[in-house]
Design a protein around this ligand. Structure first.
Ligand SMILES: Nc1nc2c(c(=O)[nH]1)N[C@H]1C(S)=C(S)[C@@H](COP(=O)(O)O)O[C@H]1N2
Ligand SMILES: [Mo]
Length: 252
């Protein structure tokens, strides 16, 4: 059974849902097409792989649901964040004029973009839902630069597979694969509901990934690193989330 124990399958419920042989086939296909998520080694390994691989086969080009303007939440409630550093508040005092996002890794032209440069780039807006894994959510209009535009400017190399993104809060970093990185709804967001993005919602810049759960939407974005391998980042699981028991892939 290709090294996947029956106990593991039963413990995730996948064995019952998909049939043991179905999982083995999915695992083989997933390996062949590079669809193994970086946190697949854990207890929920086969389940995570099946979810990620199935989503990538079935929904590669699908869009997160967009809502009507009348459905925007009247009083969106931001999740609390840990204390922000002195350094952050110095940026804030100067209206974030010297806030920058560096882009490095597997790119032909590494770059660093200021907030005003990013604001001058082509923008896209979308009315989507942000859903926390803890169960609450809100709908807002998000305005920003498609991440694909930035990746085109720096010219990602052909071996690029993931984009790792970091916050000024060192504990908050994450990564997405190129399907999500190049997806038209993935935005480096600088405005929300018609104003500059408020600090409580991640301002001045936040990576908005509406096809995944709230925790993949990192606030206070400072760095984008293009890579072919997530092993060298943190504990090698693709983000801090799997270290705390949350899946790397949080597709919705
Ligand atoms: N830098 C940073 N990004 C973050 C967080 C955080 O604490 N710090 N919390 C995450 C979690 S768990 C969720 S659910 C969403 C919450 O977004 P909201 O405050 O807009 O609801 O932001 C995510 N991004
Ligand atoms: Mo969350």
């Amino acid at each position: 059974m290709t090294g996947i124990s029956r106990r593991k399958l039963i413990s995730t419920g996948v064995g019952a849902a998909a049939g043991v042989s179905g999982v083995a086939v999915a695992a083989r296909l997933a390996r062949r097409y590079g669809l193994i998520p970086p946190d697949s080694g854990g207890l929920y390994g086969p389940g995570e792989t099946l979810t990620y691989a199935a989503q990538r086969f079935l929904t590669r080009h699908s869009m997160a649901r967009e809502f009507a303007r009348s459905q925007i939440s009247k009083q969106p409630f931001p999740d609390e964040v840990g204390p922000l550093s002195e350094k952050f508040w110095r940026f804030e005092e100067r209206q974030f004029v010297d806030w920058r996002v560096t882009v490095d890794g597997l790119v032909a032209r590494p770059a660093s973009f200021s907030l005003s440069e990013l604001r001058s780039f082509p923008r896209r807006s979308q009315i989507t839902q942000l859903a926390c894994e803890e169960g609450w959510s809100y709908i807002a209009e998000w305005i920003g630069v498609p991440l694909s535009h930035i990746l085109n400017l720096v010219a990602t190399l052909p071996q690029a597979r993931y984009v790792v993104y970091r916050s000024i809060q060192p504990d908050w970093w994450d990564s997405i694969d190129m399907a999500d990185a190049l997806h038209p709804q993935t935005l480096v967001t600088h405005a929300m509901n018609g104003s500059d993005l408020p600090v409580a919602f991640g301002g001045p810049l936040r990576l908005r990934v509406p096809r995944q759960l709230g925790y993949k939407n990192i606030k206070y974005l400072t760095q984008l690193t293009v890579t072919d391998n997530l092993k060298q980042f943190g504990k090698g699981l693709g983000s801090a989330s799997p270290e705390g028991g949350y899946a790397w892939y949080a597709g919705i």
